[in-house]
Design a protein around this ligand. Structure first.
Ligand code: NDP
Ligand code: 2IT
Length: 445
């Protein structure tokens, strides 16, 4: 495999799709060796077939705001690869959404879903709609208009969307209501549903919990635990909230959260009602975390800055892609950080990952460490299919088992001769082998 040649061709076909090209390069570079050892992959031209989505659906979403103005947003669904199961992946509503971002997320999702051990293919979708500052009625009308088009392309055995940035329980409710009305069935086509109408317990917490379970496994390889460790978390959304809950439960002290306005440093630790307050901050639909400092004494707000300058032992980036760069990584390292575990998708830039790994820190890529969200979505699909509901202990213990299994897969394929585990390589190889071998089994289709 000639990675540069493949990337040059891909760039010519999709110029400017920076995030997508970044995600593809990372995977190709880590699977190169395994790919070359297995000539059957090359004969079946697996690379060209896996790096292009099966299909890209784009559509317009016209809706009416509270003043009666007609608005138009763009809607997308990328059905990337369904070799091992129905397309599965979240919907993102954020003004930054474009084809490149959704293709990167859809591509990552293929390997992430393969790692969960559950039968799910990879997909992603969303819109450049900005839920910020919109009324509840506006969000509802937008979600209904979005589903009016999307429902034609999804189904419980074909494509099962869920939440992501800007799409939480409220949006899933509005989307599911419209799907149910249009399709006339209650087949659980979305995950992240409310627990009264088919949702799985622990799904809201699952991504953050899973991320901390994964970090716990990594720490254990060095005889370390969360006990008394200082933890920096970025973001203040769904993933950040779940991660703060579990890190605190395991004895860690979470000292930061962040938003687009800057970060909060709370030397007393973000626990108990302070974590509950994160939900209020999020529900306020404002993109700021500063109000935290008015609510809790002793907390400082650092405008326009990232939390990575704070002295911590563990960093959990849980906001968005490319939010931790090389300089941030260097600051973490010089402050003695021992573990960076991605809760978001691709939050660390490639240069940051290189520095982190070179310095021997534990590092987990999101496709391994944030897979707990989609894994629990898979468990929600199972419960829907069985028309049963598991209690939270059952779901949580399955989630924990899945995260430990993903950790094992990473170690299996990522352990270097000197004992250092390259979790990026391990995750990419394990995910790739499962999908590529399934594609081989099914022939050229
Ligand atoms: P939420 O919408 O609940 O929260 C997203 C957080 O990131 C918010 O704090 C948000 O602030 C912040 N954010 C968004 N864009 C930017 C930006 N450009 N700059 C700085 N901050 C930003 O989303 P989730 O918690 O669900 O998602 C967070 C990350 O985790 C994403 O990378 C997502 O893909 C990933 N993920 C989510 C899973 C899930 O199950 N929800 C599963 C696996 C991964 P604001 O919105 O105010 O801009
Ligand atoms: O990035 C992700 O894995 C998600 N946003 C969750 C996807 C899902 O289908 O639960």
């Amino acid at each position: 495999m000639n990675v540069d040649k493949i990337m040059n061709n891909l760039e010519k076909k999709h110029p400017g799709e920076v995030e997508y090209l970044q995600a593809v390069r990372e995977v190709l570079e880590s699977i190169e060796e395994v790919y070359n050892e297995n000539p059957q992959f090359e004969s079946a031209n697996i690379i060209e077939r896996i790096i292009e989505p099966d299909r890209v659906l784009t559509f317009k979403v016209p809706w009416v705001d509270d003043e009666g103005n007609v608005k138009v947003n763009l809607g997308y669904r990328i059905q990337f690869n369904n070799a091992i199961g129905p397309y599965k992946g979240g919907l993102r509503f954020h003004p930054s959404v474009n084809l490149s971002i959704l293709k990167f997320l859809g591509f990552e999702q293929i390997f992430k879903n393969a790692l969960t051990t559950l039968p799910m293919g990879g997909g992603k979708g969303g819109s450049d709609f900005d839920p910020k500052g919109k009324s509840n009625a506006e969000v509802m009308r937008f979600c209904q208009a979005f589903m009016l088009e999307l429902w034609k392309y999804i189904g419980p055995e074909t494509d099962v969307p869920a939440g992501d940035i800007g799409v939480g329980g409220r949006e899933i409710g509005f989307l599911y209501g419209m799907y149910k009305r249009l399709a006339g069935d209650h087949s659980g086509v979305l995950t992240g549903k409310g627990s009264n109408w088919g949702g799985s317990l622990v799904r809201p917490e699952a991504t953050g919990y899973g991320c901390v379970y994964f970090a716990k496994e990594m720490l254990a390889t060095r005889g370390e635990t969360f006990e008394d460790k200082r933890v920096a978390i970025s973001g203040f959304g769904n993933v950040a909230w779940g991660a703060a809950l579990k890190a605190t439960e395991l004895g860690g002290k979470v000292v930061t959260i962040s938003g687009p306005d800057g970060y909060v440093y709370d030397p007393n630790g973000i626990s108990g009602k302070k974590i509950e307050y994160m939900l209020e901050l999020r529900a306020s639909n404002n993109d700021i975390v500063q109000p935290y400092t008015f609510a809790f004494e002793g907390a400082e707000f650092h405008e326009g800055r990232h939390p990575w300058e704070v002295k911590v032992d563990i960093a959990l980036p849980c906001a968005t892609q490319n939010e931790l760069n090389k300089e941030d990584a260097e600051k973490l390292i010089s402050n003695g950080c021992i573990c960076v575990c991605e809760g978001a998708n691709m939050p660390c830039t490639p240069e940051a990952v290189e520095v982190i790994q070179k310095n021997g820190l534990l590092f987990a890529p999101g496709k391994a460490s944030n897979a707990g969200g989609v894994a629990t979505s898979g468990l929600e699909m199972t419960q829907n299919a069985m028309k049963l509901r598991w209690n939270s202990q059952e779901v949580d213990s399955r989630l924990h088992e899945i995260m430990c299994n993903i950790h094992e897969q990473c170690v299996r394929y990522g352990k270097r001769e000197n004992g250092y585990v390259d979790y990026v390589k391990g995750a990419n190889i394990a995910g790739f082998l499962k999908v590529a071998n399934s594609m081989l089994d099914m022939g050229v289709i």
